[in-house]
Design a protein around this ligand. Sequence first.
Ligand SMILES: Nc1ncnc2c1ncn2[C@@H]1O[C@H](COP(=O)(O)OP(=O)(O)OP(=O)(O)O)[C@@H](O)[C@H]1O
Ligand SMILES: N[C@@H](CCO)C(=O)O
Length: 320
Amino acid sequence: MAVYTEVSPAAARALLKRLRLGALLELRGIQGGIENTNYFVTCEGGEFVLTLFERLTAEQLPFYLHLMKHLAHAGIPVPDPQADPQGEILHQVAGKPASLATRLAGSSQLAPAPAHCAAVGQMLARMHLAARNFERVQPNLRALPWWNETAPTVLPHLPPAQAALLRAELAYQNHVAAGSAYGALPRGPVHADLFRDNVLFTGEQLTGIFDFYFAGVDTWLFDLAVTLNDWCVHLPTGAHDEERAQALLAAYEAVRPLSAAERELLPTMARAGALRFWLSRLWDWHLPRQASLLTPHDPTHFERVLRQRIDHPLTSALLA
Ligand SMILES: Nc1ncnc2c1ncn2[C@@H]1O[C@H](COP(=O)(O)OP(=O)(O)OP(=O)(O)O)[C@@H](O)[C@H]1O
Ligand SMILES: N[C@@H](CCO)C(=O)O
């Protein structure tokens, strides 16, 4: 249930009035999602999603919302946050920071075929290029500094074999990040959480990408690796699926070919992407935030993915 804060029709009408979007026709709570309160809003001005932010702060939100607006204006199918006459896109509803963004068509494809992966790869590359001239800067808040800060709080909860893996992988990723190949990777604003449940399709056509609330400036390769690790993985082993991975990568490269440094570091970034989500899931699992709204995801999935990416590195044959 993802309605943590009730929004009255009167509060919704007040927002629509400020945004000049006409009369309210329907206000319906959305059941999916675990982080925010979401409502579908139908009004004379169209169909929208009203989001009340339960966790993110008014300092962090402008980067995410303006990035969405920038991408929407560049023709990427993402929710477009609506502005008031002063140009403000971060609003207050029921005492919470809130946005009203366009509703996208389609539904999630949780068992993707190579064609879906190709559509995701192509859109990811288009999104990277479209965000190049986005002017705001906010780092990926779940990148290496967060891993280094969080690991010591998680390690005491782990059995020896897991603790050893976490320590070793963190040391390896710190070593890589200090190197010149890593420094040469192209970077920009990235989604950083492009999992299956954040993409919408109608048939094989990608109709929407949403949930930009882990976006930040990072390497394009990290974003690609995170996306590959979710879309092109065999459940339950965590091994990567060659056919889907090839489809995703070929479609990505048809829009933006990878540089030599990116090709060299793809296997390493696949490990980094697995480490990032193993660690965040371990953190949610062992140290649930007070009064948390979150149902933690299974951390062991990403431990398996990480072990697979170490034991069977993604090969350059993938990039042929
Ligand atoms: N702009 C949109 N257009 C269409 N549907 C949307 C849009 N935004 C959200 N949804 C729907 O609402 C559901 C909940 O949204 P979302 O997944 O962002 O929830 P959340 O609680 O904010 O985040 P989380 O994914 O971290 O749980 C989505 O699964 C999707 O079905
Ligand atoms: N995609 C994340 C959840 C945060 O959106 C995970 O699967 O751990």
